[in-house]
Structures are given as C-alpha cells and as structure tokens.
Design a binder for this molecule. Sequence first.
Ligand SMILES: *[C@@H]1O[C@H](CO)[C@@H](O)[C@H](O)[C@H]1NC(C)=O
Ligand SMILES: *[C@@H]1O[C@H](CO)[C@@H](O)[C@H](O)[C@H]1NC(C)=O
Ligand SMILES: *[C@@H]1O[C@H](CO)[C@@H](O)[C@H](O)[C@H]1NC(C)=O
Ligand SMILES: [Fe+2]
Length: 543
Amino acid sequence: MKLTALFSALLVGTAWALPAASPAQASRNLAFDSPIINYPHLAVKAPVSRRSDPAGNASTAQFLHGIASGDPLADAVILWTKVTSNDSQVDVLYEVSMDEYFTDNVAADFVSTNADVDFTVKVDITGLQPATTYYYRFTVGSTTSAVGRTHTIPQATDFLASYKLAVFSCSNMPAGYFNAYGSIAKRNDIDLVLHLGDYIYEYPNAEYGDGTALGRIPAPNVQLNTLSDYQTRHAQYKQDVDLMAAHEKFPFVTIWDDHEFEDDSWINGSEGDDKNNLPGQPWAPRKLAAMTAYFQYMPIRAALIDGVGKIYRNFPIGNLMDLTMLDTRMNGRDQTDVKNPFTIAKSSRTIMGSDQEAWFNQQLSASQARGAKWRIIGNQVVFSPMRVLFNTVPLTFDSWDDYPANRQRVLDYIKNNGITNTVILTGDIHSSMVFDVLEDPYNIFDFNPITQSGSALVEFVGPSVTSDGMGAKDMILMRATQPHLRWGNGVLHGYYILTVATDKVTAEYHLLDTIQSRTYVDSIAGTFVTALNSAKITSKVVA
Ligand SMILES: *[C@@H]1O[C@H](CO)[C@@H](O)[C@H](O)[C@H]1NC(C)=O
Ligand SMILES: *[C@@H]1O[C@H](CO)[C@@H](O)[C@H](O)[C@H]1NC(C)=O
Ligand SMILES: *[C@@H]1O[C@H](CO)[C@@H](O)[C@H](O)[C@H]1NC(C)=O
Ligand SMILES: [Fe+2]
C-alpha cells in the first residue's frame, strides 16, 4: 500500500537536507482525500503548495493539537498533525529521522493544508525499514511541533518472539480525565496502541457525563450533526494532554464504533436517528460528515478496498501474528436494536456486510496458511453471548448477540477450516470481561453453555477510558449467570496490555482507582493467559 509513491518522488532512505522547492515533489496531504481517495467527488481539492512562501504565516502558526502516528506497516507509517493559523493556506514541513535530534533524516517535505480540511495534515511516509523506531516533527516558519516517536512493524516473514499492545476503548471527555492514556505514555515497552472505538462521543454536555466540574464540557456543546461539529469535537479531544502524550509516544491503530457517529448506529441509520437529527439533517450526510472528520483527524490509512469508508484491514506482524481490524458498525451492518426475535433470528442477518465477511474468512485462512502463530482480531462489540433470564434474552441489542447467524458463520468457518489460536479484542460495553467463546454459543435450547463442545477462541473485553460501565451489581449477576465468563469488572476504568508471544497470549487488565482526579493509582486487577493451541483461558491471576 504505497499510496504516496504514486504522488511523490520522495527519496527516502538517503539523508536529506531541506527538500528542493519543486511543486512536482509535493507530498500529498491525505486529509484532502477524506473520506477516501477512491471517491474524489467526496473529497475537496488540495491546494497547490506555494514553495515561494514555504513559511506560511510563520508569525501566527501554532501546533495546539499535538501530533500522531498510525497504521504502521513494515515500510510505511501515517503521520498526523493540525496547524492553528490565521493564514488561508499553510505549508507544513514534516521531517522523519532515525534520531530524536533530527540529524539523520530519512524523509522531509512540505505539504499544504487549509480550512477545507480544518488545517489537518496527514501524510503516508513510505520506504521505511521494518521494525524500526523513527522520530518525526512538523514545522511552520519558526514554529515546530513536539517530537513524536513511532515504530514500523516487522516484515511478515521475520521471526518475532513477542509483541505488546495497549488496548483502549470508549473515551468520553465529560465523564472524566483520560488518565488511562496518560498512564501508558509513561511506559516505553508498548509496540502499538489499539483503540477499538468511541474515541469521541457525539453528545452535548450532561447528556452522557457532565464535564462542568472538571472543565471538560464538549465542544461544540450540541449533538453533533454537521462536518464542522464533528471537526470541532475531534479537535477538542486532540487537545487533551493525556491523549496527546500517548499519541506522541506510540503509533495507534484505530477503528470507529457508534459514537464517532451516533449511539447504536448501523449502515443506514441509528437508534436515536429520528429523535436526535435536526430537521433537514438526514442520516446519509450526517454519516458522511462524521466519516470525513474521522479520516481528517485520525492517523488512519484510508483503506484501499473499493468503497466509501472501508476501515477493515489487516496488519501482518512478523511470523507471530496477524492483527485483523474489523468494522462491525458501519460496513453493511443490518439495523440494530430491532428487539424482534424473528428479525434477529434471520439466517441472512449480518453485522459485517457480506464483502467484509468474505474478506475476513479469506484473511483467517491466509493467516493460518502463512503460519502466523496467532490471529488477533480487533472488533467493536461483544462477540460472546450474554444472555439473561435463564439464557433466553440477550443482555444488549447492540452486540453480536443481535446478529447470531453472523456469529455462527464466523464460528463455523473457524471450526471447518482449521483456524487456530484466535483471540478477539473488544470494547463498547465499558466493562472488563474475559470469555471462553463456546463453539455453539447461541443455542436457545441449551440452557447450560458450559456443557457444550468447548471453546473456539477467547475474547478480551476492555474497560472504558472513562464511559460508565455496567456497574457492580450487574457484573455480579453476569458472573452468576454466564458460565463462559471467566472474570469481570463493571466499575473501574482503564485499559489492558496484550502481550502476544510464541507460546501464549497474556492480557493484563489495568484499572485506575479514579478518573475524577489527575492523581490516580494504576493497578493490575487481573492477568489472563491463553496458551498456544488451547483456545481457552488456561490461567488466571486476579488481584
Ligand atoms: C498573517 O496573519 C496576519 C494576521 O491575521 C495577516 O494580517 C497577514 O496578512 C498574514 N500574512 C500572510 C502572508 O498571509
Ligand atoms: C487569529 O486572529 C485572532 C484575531 O485577530 C487572534 O485573536 C488569534 O490569536 C489569531 N490566531 C493565531 C493562531 O494567531
Ligand atoms: C442501506 O441503504 C442502501 C441504499 O438505500 C441499500 O442499498 C442497502 O441495502 C441498505 N443496507 C442495509 C443493510 O439496510
Ligand atoms: Fe462506548
């Protein structure tokens, strides 16, 4: 996926002085392709870089929204920033270096940005070395951004002994401080940060969390609807100091869930669609606005799979693992929250869309065939069944429980094609939960799932960064009624560290004592191991 190679004559790999001032060498600001390069009619026209005035408005430019990197490949990584300026167009210099003092640059060029993309800058740096740490920064005139650090992944054929991910979801600004992000920013041993969705929330203040006391009132203070609304909200989140610190330190791989759009959304609508949309703001333009802002503001590579806003994608990480990121929210998902047992039971029902389902099956098989030890799946909503009232009624109507036929097809594919060592990572429900995923999880005639034919894979559901969880009482009920649930905490916020090694995958749940103060304690609440070829939790230590 060497996107920029098509557009730029970047000479990476050799030392750079400042780049030659030739418009032909202008690198491409991918923010102008938003939401996707394959659909140029949806994007805005990129300005021609003004090399005669490369400083832009040097006296007023600032970098107030930090910097970020994401979607690392073995030879490429996305870099992101946003400029604050009163100039109509700003030419931004990016530099990528082997060292943090920028004495050994491997890439440097100007890209232009303007108000059409809210002054965001996103470049795909190609021609990099695998499994290598790089430093990057942006400059306008005499103003230079913070220095970011990023890391490419190993080549698929390289031996890799272990890989460490920090897994986040559900960061709602008014609900509390993003201490979870700040906590990992103090570490040096994370290879990649995953965010499984709800990176922003779409509500006005006090509709879901009141940010008044902490000075975290959502901007703009409305239910998001227009492109400008979504851009302003993303820009506000990008100014959070803890989030900025995490982005500076580690590359992110992100997928959206519903709140990047609206609560309980699906491909053609959302639960609150009719209730919350303003007159004259139907779902399609609102969804496009949300998607466009997401691609402008997130360090994500627009997927080159044909179609608007496809974000499902795979990262082959050495011979150790494939990291396969799904979109169970916006890619062909049938209507959610229908609460009609006959609709829910339909065999054609899909949470993935048929294109993604075919791709996912093919991806699982390709991963198995290439001998990758683990298949690590990044996914939005809970995959395991969570049935209440003697296992007859789904606990939520917005998870895979609402799409049982699709889940069964995934499990059947895994079973029938000898797919092993699969681990699914999940956010959405704001509660820590560790599941053995049973092979026949949604048989309403089987009242005792533990007696079924065994576990096909394991699922690690993460705590939220700040959003309210299911609560202590509900988790006690869950523990009592869901025998495949090996552990849970529905109260505390945090993240988990997933260490993938050749013989086991370990999830270490980090829960924080508070998100209402910037002073907090981060402790390990539980450590769960799934051994190679076990397809279940093989050991657990709970604090
Ligand atoms: C820089 O910004 C100032 C203040 O907004 C403006 O007056 C001036 O024209 C700008 N300069 C350029 C070169 O655009
Ligand atoms: C832009 O101009 C306004 C009004 O002149 C000023 O208050 C603001 O500080 C300027 N912003 C920057 C980034 O210079
Ligand atoms: C979404 O809407 C489009 C356009 O009306 C339609 O073709 C498609 O089938 C719909 N998808 C679902 C899952 O309802
Ligand atoms: Fe959430």
